[in-house]
Ligand binder design. Structure first.
Ligand code: 13P
Length: 247
């Protein structure tokens, strides 16, 4: 059985003064949800703070990006080994905002994925099509291309531990979510390319009101949550929806 995972992607939100209240609330609520792993992916400057607050709890720490390089003259970059130093278990790679706003290509994303694995952490590979690609009938071709670049570099076996997150770009931050059926169709397509045990998360406007129906889908193993991860009650309600999923 695949353990469900609900991960919060804080994106560029948070503050040193405000983070403890959110993290304490998540810690308290997450402890009650058996069978669901919970993670929060915080901005780099807050890793130390979050690591301290999460110490001794079941809530995992994650980061949102990592360099494909091990070390060197790469001003402004953060290596996977540095993230491991702070106790990160998960690292997002290839988030659509990185691909779209910062020009990350499939090859670079594959390099980041390999670097995260080499540092002993679990990459969460984000894939997803734009609205234009969906309308042109290119959803499967797009996510296949994004995934295949990683498979070519790290192999299928890497997905015994690595996580995939399907995030349709048109559903991110728009309030428009994929229907459970639309999500399941893409998850099932992705599943054929990875492993039976690979966890495939859905992301894109997941809210307390739509989480249960999404998580009820056979190949949806949890969620990658943006905006709703910044509101403790919403994030915990989504976690509870994952815990209610029947096998
Ligand atoms: P929203 O949940 O805000 O749509 O963001 C999804 C996302 O990009 C998570 O990585």
């Amino acid at each position: 059985m695949r353990e469900r995972l609900v991960a919060g992607n804080w994106k560029m939100h948070g503050s040193l003064a405000g983070n403890p209240a959110l993290i304490e609330a998540i810690k308290a609520g997450a402890a009650r949800q058996a069978g669901v792993e919970c993670a929060i992916c915080v901005p780099f400057p807050y890793l130390a703070q979050a690591a301290g607050l999460l110490q001794g709890t079941e809530v995992a720490l994650g980061a949102q990006n990592a360099s494909e390089h091990a070390q060197g003259a790469f001003t402004g970059e953060v290596s996977a080994a540095m993230l491991a130093d702070f106790g990160c278990r998960y690292v997002l790679v290839g988030h659509s905002e990185r691909r779209q706003l910062y020009g990350e290509g499939d090859g670079q994303v594959a390099g980041k994925f390999a670097a995260v694995l080499a540092a002993g952490m679990t990459p969460v590979l984000c894939v997803g099509e734009t609205l234009e690609e969906r309308d042109a009938g290119r959803t499967e071709a797009t996510v296949a291309r994004q995934l295949d670049a990683v498979l070519a570099k790290s192999g299928r076996g890497a997905f015994a531990t690595a996580v995939v997150a399907y995030e349709p770009v048109w559903a991110i931050g728009t309030g428009r979510t994929a229907s459970p059926g639309e999500a399941q169709a893409v998850h099932a397509f992705l599943r054929q390319r990875v492993l039976a045990e690979t966890r495939i998360l859905y992301g894109g406007s997941v809210k307390p009101g739509n989480a249960e129906a999404l998580f009820a889908q056979r190949d949806v193993d949890g969620g990658l949550i943006g905006g709703a991860a910044l509101v403790a009650a919403d994030f915990l309600a989504i976690l509870a929806a994952a815990a209610r999923r029947k096998e």
